[in-house]
Design a protein around this ligand. Sequence first.
Ligand SMILES: Nc1ncnc2c1ncn2[C@@H]1O[C@H](COP(=O)(O)OP(=O)(O)OP(=O)(O)O)[C@@H](O)[C@H]1O
Ligand SMILES: [Mg+2]
Length: 283
Amino acid sequence: MLPAVTATRYVTPLREGGSLPGLMEADDLGTYVVKWRAAGQGVGVLVAEVVCGELARALGLPVPALVTVDVAPELAVGEPDHEVQELLQRSAGRNLGLDYLPGALDFEAGADGVDPALAGRVLWFDALVGNVDRSWRNPNMLFWHGRLQLIDHGAALTFHHHWPGAPAAVARPYDATAHALIECAPDVPAADGALAPLVTRALLSDVLDQVPDEWLDEEGEQPSAVRTRYVDQLMARLEARENWLPGLVAAAAAGGGRRRRAPRGENRPSWLGPPPPEGVTQR
Ligand SMILES: Nc1ncnc2c1ncn2[C@@H]1O[C@H](COP(=O)(O)OP(=O)(O)OP(=O)(O)O)[C@@H](O)[C@H]1O
Ligand SMILES: [Mg+2]
């Protein structure tokens, strides 16, 4: 099971995130980015965060530590924003926390520092879990102490929003053309050689065991049966690699086709004057 902490103070909403994650302090003296059980797409998003986050970690990819955070609704009393206040109230109970990485930089700032081996592993992993949310528009990666960190896996495992359609997702090609790392020369064959043998039923079962029972409570079905469904689905996806791996290798070799970002200063209106020196970010 994930470590369980209890929230002691609500600090602020993180407005960069569409689901309005909250920054909270907890009784272990840690600070966490909290994803709410009552937000948007529901508790499945939290399941995806745990399954993908812990699978990524088991494959050696860097992910902030995950915990469950028990939140009492009284903690919302000081929050002036009604929408946030209501979200917190409805999320009373067990939510997901990611270790807050203070001073982490947005991905953009260090994009050139991702080596092909790591880029290949991230790409391969995102294709396995069907993560549609790591694009150059919304990279969902941070740099912390010079190291890449993967965040925000809530939009992966899309099959679990509609299980009858899950068999069709098993062999579905992964569209990597807009992936945030596609221009880093990702070494996908090496990633496949290294990571595929690590993804076993035993590993996936361990990963699913980290998900709290109450988040898997689907229409009276036993949580153990729901866990087995996720394991079966991900094993089938792994075994169907001949359907998605060649396309991934080809997309990585093509490097996304064209540069997504205009060269520095190209889209700058003349009234702004010359661009600032390299390395200076304007907000
Ligand atoms: N562990 C963390 N440490 C520091 N900052 C974080 C952390 N997790 C998230 N953030 C910041 O909060 C923002 C929102 O987080 P995240 O992308 O997980 O939320 P979301 O609501 O799922 O977002 P989206 O709008 O992409 O769906 C991130 O872009 C990042 O700037
Ligand atoms: Mg995000």
